[in-house]
Design a protein around this ligand. Sequence first.
Ligand code: CA
Length: 229
Amino acid sequence: MAADQPTVLVVEDEAAQREVLRYNLEAEGFRVAAAANGEEALVLMDEEAPDVVVLDWMLPNLSGIEVCRQFKTKNETRAVPVIMLSARSEEVDRVRGLETGADDYVIKPYSVRELMARVKAQLRRARPAAAGLRLEYSDITLDAETHRVMRDGQELKLGPTEFRLLSTFMEKPGRVWSREQLLDRVWGRDIYVDTRTVDVHIGRLRKALGVHGGDDPLRTVRGAGYALG
Ligand code: CA
């Protein structure tokens, strides 16, 4: 399984509904992290760094609204799209009115197909490379579906790790990534890899990007990490 397989965090206290969501999301190629309550959701948000969250409003103790609010006030999780599930449309109106920062709302009972489409739409916005789209930066284009990288009209040969590094950078040009963040995103959180390994693969990526000439688009940010542009 690729380390950049997109992860969806499902927060739902009803076990049967949680399993339906897990089953369908996995069938769509997502990795699923599931929480039965808001407290668990806060822990998993931190541990699993999901790409999209599906969050039930009605949860015991900490409500979905409060969970969403906490996600949206933290710098590390603010940009992660949240799709809120709610039993009635009047609730959706209320949730909207409360300005929880949720990115989308789905009314229960929902059509699974409709919900999957909404998850994919949020993923395309938040993680274009993981959603299989074509990315462009300056004279570089990366096709996430065919795994082809072109620079100034010429194809570049990249290893799988360098490809994932480049797609991570191209999703967020200008963003500075620490070595630890790149390890999590490119190698996955379950694997122990020394941070120096990142430097080795950055070196290979730079070499591959410059094989037909052109400036080095990668920037080393002292004490912080790496950025594209
Ligand atoms: Ca519920």
